[in-house]
Design a protein around this ligand. Sequence first.
Ligand code: SF4
Length: 442
Amino acid sequence: MSAKAPTIGVVSLGCPKALVDSERIITRLRSEGYSLSASYEGADLVVVNTCGFLDSAKAESLDAIGEAIAENGKVIVTGCLGKEESLIRDTHPKVLEVTGPHQYEAVVGAVHTHLPQVHDPKIDLVPEGGFRLTPRHYAYLKISEGCNNRCTFCIIPSIRGDLVSRPANAVLKEAESLVKAGVKELLVISQDTSAYGVDVKYAESKWKDRMVRAKFYDLCKELGDLGAWVRLHYVYPYPHVDEVVGLMAEGKVLPYLDIPFQHASPSVLKAMRRPANQDKVLDRIKTWRKICPDLTIRSSFIVGFPGETEDDFETLLDFIEEAEIDRACVFKYENVDGAPSRDLPDHVDQDDVDERYDRFMEVQTALAHQRLQSMIGKTVDAICDGWDEDSEAYAFRTKADAPEIDGVTYVDSDDEIAPGTITQLEILGGEGHEMVGALVED
Ligand code: SF4
């Protein structure tokens, strides 16, 4: 028998923009199985979407909140007056939560906290954990949209706009649902993962019995408690990444950082307008490796950026060797339509770009070979991605390998191994980015 769907009431005040926000909140909650009530008595909780444009509108909003508390008791406030949280809380201390304008995901998160949805597989079209295009055992977890940086080769900010971080409780809720649905590895993504929460001034939101800040470290710590592997992508080497490396050493998140350095020469980085202080990057990486000796660093680089000289390029080659970048992928610079770098002077001849690319690949291949040799004989944790038809073996990934972009370890086994199985392997050998391993018997 189905559990009764939780029911919400929505009081919408103010302008058409606020009405659109109310519609988005309702659409989202309906798709999650909540019912709607037109009366206070029929609702388990009421959302009041307020207006705070004029004093008269503020007074009307405060009255509406008071009425909802008197008639229903469980009230979440959102909308323009949400910017004046202390006014609302002083007038109506019983309000459960207050969120600001256009923070519809924060409102939905607050509803989840105070009136959890009931998942009913017989009626829900959306499975627990949502629709996903990845295999069942791993999933991408997007923590923000857009980007505050303005790298000159990139058009993402002009398409997606500035950074908009999701509330911590919305991210954690999604992550928890994914883990409950069988996900064993969460791949944290965004355009600039370590900048998470900067746009909302690290706003707190309620998760379980506590408040969690929308901050890179706090989010990683909470994600690390969900019982799945947590892999971080698109991290920039800001100083506060150090404390997250501490979580890696504790085993809370995977000892893996995907940092798109793009280059190492100060003048090229300046022309690229890359974020984070690059002067201290080598020192920072050395510190990370001291904190967490198992750390794997993956990065991507661009060769042939406008203005790149032979000296700049050699600085880059020295960097990938000295920093011991474990996984480096390289792209030839391209003049992307709309990218400011098109207008930079001193574009590099295509022949030179090609030649630098080949030299980069040579160094990178040698580094990958060394790394692989150092793995032979080691016992490592690995996750099974399933049976691989071409190699007629089970494909595994170690903690140092992200799906799709890094290496694979092939394992022979007469017993069936389910995708998502995490076990120990002994590395026997390999070539390039492919290794061969054997299951370690208990
Ligand atoms: S390259 Fe990345 S950090 Fe730079 S502007 Fe584009 S999305 Fe932002």
